[in-house]
Design a binder for this molecule. Structure first.
Ligand SMILES: [Zn+2]
Length: 340
């Protein structure tokens, strides 16, 4: 019985064709010394790179596949293999000292053998001079080196880098693949519809699921939304008591606001859509129908518009609590007028 490695499983499920391709390439000893994997977040770039690293170091390759469990595979999975050098952006970008580290590593041969693999995520975040300083290593690799550069945005990668690598375009996952991957990272089935509106990146969803953040966020947003849509002023207090504690940084604030807008959209669509419509807050469809029946399309378009204005304020760095409280008051104001 073989316990499969999660990283390998992700690579095989997200990019089956490319895994097959690299199986053949490595079997025929035709691996190039530098690749650029270009594809959207969640398309499996890092997973494919890790698959290749394991394939090259695994001591128990079977049918062209790394085993995922031997000491080599495990050290690679844990980012602890001395000859698999992994660099990821520190914050928003790859920093100068990371590039210095990369250059030093490029000029050394492998610690345990001659082989060495470099995996560089966020290649487009390197400054032009940093990227240029790596060119000679990409051009004349010393020994048995393989550089796997990853990017979500090949337009921002220097042409000089692109010309020295083999570019592999990764297709985004289909919606069905995304659904499968969402389940695999542990997303409850009733949250898949809503989450698909927020991201297609299973790795991101895995982060949101840590400490049940996403589950709490969906429950809190619904609680707020069901009050604001009544309209009930109780929603105002809920902003500071339940939403603000979840809004720990900009990305999470953006998500919360997007979920809040999903509620407005559900309300509008419940009123205007044909029968096929499935609300993002799917399990509350009956409550949505009751709430929506109080308003006409114009009322609901108005509050959707208020929501969009709130998003713009967030991008201009206005404080989340102020935005959410002011949105709450404005929506309650409009909806109260609509009812009387
Ligand atoms: Zn192995």
């Amino acid at each position: 019985m073989q316990i499969k490695n999660e990283v390998l499983k992700n690579a095989e499920q997200r990019q089956p064709v490319l895994v097959q391709h690299f199986q053949n390439v490595i079997k025929h000893r035709e691996l190039a010394h530098a690749y650029l994997f270009a594809g959207p977040s969640g398309s499996g770039k890092a997973e494919l790179a890790m698959w290749i690293a394991m394939r090259l170091f695994c001591i128990n390759v079977q049918d062209g596949e790394p085993c995922g469990v031997c000491e080599e595979c495990q050290r690679i999975t844990a980012h602890e293999h001395p000859d698999v050098v992994i660099v990821e952006p520190d914050g928003n970008a790859i920093k100068v000292d990371q590039v210095r580290f990369l250059k030093a590593e490029f000029s050394k041969s492998g610690v345990e053998g001659s082989r060495k693999v470099f995996i560089v995520a966020g290649t487009e975040t390197m400054t032009a001079s940093a990227a240029n300083s790596l060119l000679k290593f990409l051009e004349e690799p010393a020994g048995d080196m393989t550089a796997l550069l990853l990017t979500t945005n090949p337009q921002l990668v220097l042409p000089t880098v692109i010309s020295r690598t083999q570019v592999i375009e990764m297709q985004p996952l289909s919606e069905d693949q995304v659904r499968v991957q969402f389940s695999r990272v542990g997303l409850p089935a009733d949250l898949i519809g809503l989450t698909l509106q927020l991201t297609h990146d299973p790795n991101e969803v895995a982060d949101w699921l840590v400490d049940d953040w996403l589950q709490q966020a969906v429950a809190s947003v619904w609680q707020w939304f069901s009050q604001v849509a009544k309209p009930d002023l109780n929603a105002f207090v809920l902003v500071s008591t339940t939403l603000v504690p979840l809004a720990k940084d900009r990305p999470h604030q953006r998500l919360l606001l997007d979920m809040m807008l999903s509620g407005f959209r559900d309300l509008l669509m419940t009123n205007v859509a044909d029968k096929k419509f499935t609300p993002r807050f799917a399990k509350h469809d009956k409550e949505l129908a009751i709430l929506a029946s109080q308003y006409n399309e114009t009322n609901l378009l108005e509050i959707t518009d208020l929501g969009l204005q709130s998003k713009q304020l967030l991008e201009r760095n206005v404080n989340f609590q102020n935005i959410a409280e002011s949105l709450t008051l404005q929506v309650i104001d409009r909806l109260s007028e609509a009812i009387t």
